[in-house]
Design a protein around this ligand. Structure first.
Ligand code: 5GP
Length: 194
């Protein structure tokens, strides 16, 4: 997605070989116009898939799920993150290990909001190690719903997330795919044509 790649080049800050800071427009201060365009781009890429709900994880995925779901005319759900492992019969839950924070937390979704009739699109800000997204796919599997695919705003293609999810047969659409990055330069996999 051209506008997104240009914005990453202009305002993104590479903090280390693996961490990209985008909090001036994507995940702290948020550009609503770009966010809506991102939602439209995901809706277009998954057109015809009869999606019934969009699923994300709090907090940085919420506005992208909102923009996508609004464009598709369906509800969105955000999985909640909890430190304490308090399993309840009323939720689908999965553990997620955060490599950046070196901690394991639990994500959960109330059972009443996912059913075997649902066709789910997952949307999130980053695809990095894939741990968070794998957790969401486990929740979908447990609910019996159909996973249509994953929309990632930024994919760090040099990390293992895509490979992991593709192995499980999941369709992935990323709007900006970073092949490599350093403090001097960010290299994208696809040209900024669309
Ligand atoms: P995962 O490693 O599970 O794919 O990514 C988990 C979460 O970590 C992402 O949803 C995102 O919020 C955060 N994250 C991963 N890599 C980066 C990064 O390079 N920059 C920022 N700002 N967040 C990241």
């Amino acid at each position: 997605m051209k506008e997104l790649q240009e914005r990453i080049m202009r305002d993104g800050k590479v903090l280390s070989a693996s961490v990209l800071k985008v909090d001036s427009f994507l995940n702290h201060q948020v550009d609503p116009r770009l966010t809506m365009q991102i939602g439209q781009a995901f809706a277009k890429r998954f057109e015809g898939e009869r999606i019934t709900k969009v699923l994300t994880i709090e907090a940085s995925g919420i506005h992208f799920a909102m923009a996508t779901a609004y464009t598709l005319g369906v509800p969105f759900i955000y999985a909640k993150k909890k430190k304490a492992i308090t399993l309840s019969e009323e939720v689908y839950a999965a553990p997620v290990h955060s490599f950046t924070r070196q901690e394991t937390y639990q994500i959960s979704v109330a059972r009443q909001y996912l059913s075997a009739e649902d066709r789910i699109l997952i949307v999130d800000d980053f695809l990095a190690t894939g741990a968070a997204l794998v957790g969401l796919t486990q929740i979908i599997k447990e609910s019996g719903a159909q996973l249509v695919g994953i929309g990632a705003v930024i994919e760090k293609s040099f990390q293992e997330g895509r490979g992991l999810l593709e192995q499980a047969g999941v369709r992935i659409e990323s709007l900006a795919r970073i092949q490599s990055m350093s403090t001097e330069h960010i290299e994208f996999i696809e040209p900024a044509s669309s």
